[in-house]
Design a protein around this ligand. Structure first.
Ligand SMILES: NC(=O)c1ccc[n+]([C@@H]2O[C@H](COP(=O)([O-])OP(=O)(O)OC[C@H]3O[C@@H](n4cnc5c(N)ncnc54)[C@H](OP(=O)(O)O)[C@@H]3O)[C@@H](O)[C@H]2O)c1
Length: 218
């Protein structure tokens, strides 16, 4: 399988790339800092220069041409720059949908967020803006007509993965390791029959392979 990752230099994207490469898949991805190139190339990644906020749709289409699936796991983060959140977390997803169409491709896996995340708490404006951008991105993908999966992880942490999760159509918002998120993404990529589903992922007791099989059967 040929996979193109937006967010490949990030903590989740890089873990997804590592796992895919270890399974013999071909991985490409977009980077924006020249200092990242050698690290990506040393991993065996085909690295393509570009900034999600500014790349034109047809240039992104050229970059992803020939790949089987696009994984979007980029994010401007919960920063104060709302224009970057708009350009990456929403605009980047919108652009990805357009680029897939231009390239004649259809498969997209979007790493999103729990819409109910921390709803019981009161956060500042930029967090709400981030949540709203993520929601708009989900809507864009769900309405795209593409062959999509939206995966909503709960709060991410860098502890070692457990290989066990809770994956379902609706879930409680707790925490999940980026290791377990990456393994779940790869298991979903390896299960193309799972399509047009919004899945929520958090820590749990189910081995990842069983959790993904259960979705396939549902
Ligand atoms: N943090 C959480 O608790 C949480 C919870 C649920 C979902 N999520 C979502 O899960 C995904 C992965 O999160 P993470 O914390 O693992 O990611 P991360 O480490 O913050 O990495 C973000 C990635 O996005 C890339 N990026 C940002 N702006 C870009 C731009 N303009 N052009 C190109 N690339 C750009 C970064 O590239 P650079 O290396 O160049 O900066 C990096 O590769 C994100 O979509 C995030 O919103 C996060």
């Amino acid at each position: 399988m040929k996979v193109f990752i937006l967010g490949i230099t990030g903590r989740t994207g890089n873990r997804i790339a590592q796992l895919l490469i270890s399974q013999g898949h071909a991985v490409s991805g977009l980077y924006r800092r020249a200092s990242d190139v050698s690290r990506l190339q040393d991993m065996g990644i085909h690295a393509v220069s570009g900034d999600i906020a500014t790349i034109r749709e047809h240039d992104l289409a050229k970059a992803i041409a020939g790949t089987d699936v696009l994984v979007f796991t980029a994010g401007a983060g919960e920063q104060d720059d709302e224009s970057m959140i708009d350009a990456v977390d929403y605009g980047g997803v919108k652009k990805s949908v357009a680029a897939l169409r231009l390239a004649g491709l259809s498969r997209l896996l979007l790493v999103s967020v729990f819409p109910e995340a921390a709803r019981e708490k009161c956060f500042g404006g930029s967090f709400e803006h981030y949540m709203s951008a993520k929601k708009k991105a989900d809507v864009e993908v769900a309405n795209s007509g593409l062959d999509w999966v939206i995966l909503r992880p709960s709060s991410l942490k860098d502890d070692p993965g457990t290989g066990r999760v809770s994956l379902g159509l609706a879930n409680f918002h707790t925490e999940i390791t980026r290791d377990d998120l990456a393994s779940t993404v790869v298991a979903l990529l390896n299960t193309p029959r799972i399509t047009k589903k919004i899945l929520e992922l958090t820590e749990g007791d189910d081995p990842i392979a069983s959790a993904v099989s259960a979705i396939q059967l549902a």
